[in-house]
Design a protein around this ligand. Structure first.
Ligand SMILES: NC(=O)c1ccc[n+]([C@@H]2O[C@H](COP(=O)([O-])OP(=O)(O)OC[C@H]3O[C@@H](n4cnc5c(N)ncnc54)[C@H](OP(=O)(O)O)[C@@H]3O)[C@@H](O)[C@H]2O)c1
Length: 161
């Protein structure tokens, strides 16, 4: 089972200057809950953007094209096939970014955990538009704007049709 997990703006932005567009504390907690104990696969730029490396209590697989490069404290992989071969069989694997890695895994992912953040924000990295001919909504939960939640967002889990 290959799952993509991402937070996207209303205009599909996901990052700028190698950083996230927002930090929504509840969303980051959910990310930790869903991925703890699992394998996470990410591109090298996302790895470099993490405030704490590796993500604790997860198998961290980092993709790079640079042959022989061995990224400290991670399992280094040199292609998406190599990354998948380094995952335990039969477990849900989380693709955690960034843009280049999401694009490559969209064709083979089974599930998308999307946090749709209801804001437009300047970005330089985008997520591909989700094609409703390919993906159906399995679960949806709304978090409206409130005193404690300045950024309204919706969690949607999509599954391949
Ligand atoms: N909103 C969210 O949920 C979210 C989540 C994660 C990241 N982000 C954002 O996304 C941005 C980073 O995305 P990005 O597209 O610039 O970079 P990225 O996908 O994180 O990393 C790109 C790098 O990964 C390596 N790579 C990618 N595909 C590969 C493959 N098939 N084989 C081998 N190596 C491969 C290459 O490393 P080498 O250069 O070493 O070859 C490539 O330069 C940041 O702004 C980050 O904050 C947002």
């Amino acid at each position: 089972m290959i799952s993509i997990i991402v937070a996207v703006s209303d205009d599909w932005g996901i990052g700028k200057d190698n950083e996230l567009l927002w930090r929504i504390s509840e969303d980051l907690k959910r990310f930790r809950r869903l991925t703890t104990g699992k394998t996470v696969i990410m591109g090298k730029k996302t790895w470099e953007s993490l405030p704490k490396r590796p993500l604790p209590n997860r198998r961290n697989i980092v993709l790079t094209d640079i042959p022989q490069e061995c990224i400290d404290c991670s399992i280094t992989a040199y292609s998406i096939e190599d990354a998948l071969a380094k995952c335990p069989e039969g477990e849900e694997v989380f693709i955690i970014g960034g843009g280049s890695v999401y694009r490559q895994f969209m064709a083979i992912a089974d599930r998308l955990y999307i946090t749709h953040v209801h804001r437009k924000a300047p970005a330089d990295i985008y997520f591909p538009v989700i094609d409703s001919g390919i993906w159906k909504i399995r679960e949806q939960e709304e978090f409206p704007e409130s005193e404690t939640n300045p950024l309204p967002y919706t969690y949607i889990i999509y599954e391949r049709k």
